[in-house]
Design a protein around this ligand. Structure first.
Ligand code: NAD
Length: 434
């Protein structure tokens, strides 16, 4: 099939590349000309393991192309995917500016009947709005069908998820549109779940809100473990053996971040308010997460009294491993709080440093290795559990740091081993050892 994908961020580019890899002819459209030039050369503008190889392969096979021009991109397209951002507005609602612009452009440039598939995460009812905008701009005798096809990929393992996801949700209100998008996706061999448009839109928000709830729940339990002398790892291991609970997504830490959970939970709270069904549980989930992002700094303040003049090494800055994405990363709040408390902050991340420079406070300096960040630091904080950072041996911290004091926001090490290695070790929901 001939497919256009509009927006080549983490979702759009992975979608376009994956669709070309299963045999479709894909043209990706993006308004960012520098990005388009780069992608045409076979270079990925984002860090996503495995993506560039598949991208190059399909460009060479002539199945994948990039353009800035809607007219070219839509010329032969039977299907157009929308994968632009839906960031959070100041009032917490989803900003649909980019969606509106794309819908208008599709309406203006489509040359024949088209199925428009929304991959972006959008509030319930938005696909009806998208259809309206396209129809207003379309030639009178042409027809548009809209399909909600929310995306569930995880940054850092997006390529794997595109080919091995748990489900593909197709929300449509005509059988023919649902069948077309089912045909597009059949070669992936992933279970397909078909439903109506509004339910599909809600599946995405409900899934993200549920996962965020799981994280905040475990973090609250971990704080109770801290207060009452229990160990969160033993607690979640015991909880996870119950098949009704499951053992996934039960890691205590420094709160969720990234481009999805924070904005999607806020958008759902706003949507619920607008619908007259206030979602108090989700409000608490967000509040807990905000508090959790400050926990490590609180622990450090408690330990040292004052952080004025202390030098701190922050290890890992991206919101999670294997991505260069810094959007809403807990490291932003942590660095801000540390700078505010008068500490000197040295950051290190294997991949995300350039993006970090745009969002962390100007006072933060950057090291090119974890060792360099730790040398001359009074203590270190582990913020992202990159393999490389998890692989640092406890005795290395001991030789690098001014004092062997480690605050581990991702529970990467065993407290008993830390004690054996002479490290003062603070973690989340587990006893402090020294
Ligand atoms: P992104 O910000 O990384 O990328 C958006 C892209 O759209 C950019 O390249 C931008 O230049 C382009 N763009 C903006 N306006 C355009 C226009 N008018 N025409 C053409 N291109 C335009 O966004 P993302 O992280 O890929 O997220 C996209 C959507 O997918 C969001 O709604 C998000 O909530 C959802 N989503 C994201 C993830 C994730 O892990 N990032 C996962 C699931 C769902």
């Amino acid at each position: 099939m001939n497919i256009a994908v509009v927006g080549t961020g983490y979702v759009g580019l992975v979608t376009g590349v994956a669709l070309s890899d299963i045999g479709h002819n894909v043209t990706c459209i993006d308004i960012d000309i520098e990005k388009v030039k780069k992608m045409k050369r076979g270079e990925s503008p984002i860090y996503e393991p495995g993506l560039e190889d598949i991208m190059k392969k399909n460009i060479e096979k002539g199945r994948l192309d990039f353009t800035k021009c809607y007219e070219d991109g839509l010329k032969n397209a039977q299907v157009a995917y929308i994968a632009v951002g839906t960031p959070e507005k100041e009032d917490g609602t989803a900003d649909l500016r980019f969606i509106e612009a794309v819908a208008e452009s599709i309406g203006q440039h489509a040359e024949h009947d088209i199925v428009v598939v929304t991959k972006s995460t959008v509030p319930v009812g938005t696909n009806d709005y998208i259809r309206e905008i396209i129809q207003q701009n379309l030639f009178e005798n042409m027809k548009v069908d809209v399909v909600s096809n929310p995306e569930f990929l995880r940054e850092g393992s997006a390529v794997h998820d595109a080919f091995h996801g748990d489900r593909i949700v197709i929300g449509a209100d005509t059988q023919s549109a649902a069948d077309t998008i089912e045909q597009v996706n059949l070669p992936f061999g992933i279970p397909i779940y078909k439903t109506d448009i509004r339910s599909a839109e809600m599946i995405k928000y409900a899934s993200n809100a549920f996962l965020a709830t799981k994280i905040s729940f475990v973090n609250e339990i971990s704080n109770l473990c801290d207060a009452l002398g229990a160990n969160i790892e033993d607690v979640t291991a015991g909880m996870g053996m119950d098949a009704r609970i499951g053992n996934k997504f039960l890691n205590a830490g420094i709160g969720y971040g990234g481009s999805c959970f924070p904005k999607d939970t806020s958008a759902l709270v706003q949507l619920a308010d607008q619908a007259g069904e206030p979602f108090e549980l989700l409000r608490s989930v967000i509040k807990t997460n905000d508090k959790q992002k400050r926990l490590l700094v609180e622990k450090a303040k408690e330990r040292f009294g004052s952080l004025q003049g202390k030098t701190v090494a922050l290890l890992g800055l991206a919101f999670k491993p294997n991505t260069d994405d810094m959007r809403e990363a807990p490291s932003i709040t942590i660095a801000q709080e540390l700078v505010l408390a008068g500490a000197n902050v040295v950051g290190y991340d294997p991949i995300a440093t350039e993006n970090a420079k745009n969002v962390l406070p100007g006072a933060v300096t950057y090291a090119t290795t974890a060792k360099e960040a730790c040398q001359n630091a009074d203590f270190a904080m582990i913020l992202t559990e990159w393999d490389e950072i998890q692989a640092i041996q406890l005795d290395e911290y001991k030789s690098w740091l001014n004092e062997p004091i480690l605050f581990d926001g991702r529970n990467c090490h065993n407290p008993t081993k830390a004690k054996q290695n002479g490290i003062e070790y603070h973690s989340i929901g587990r006893p402090t050892t020294q």
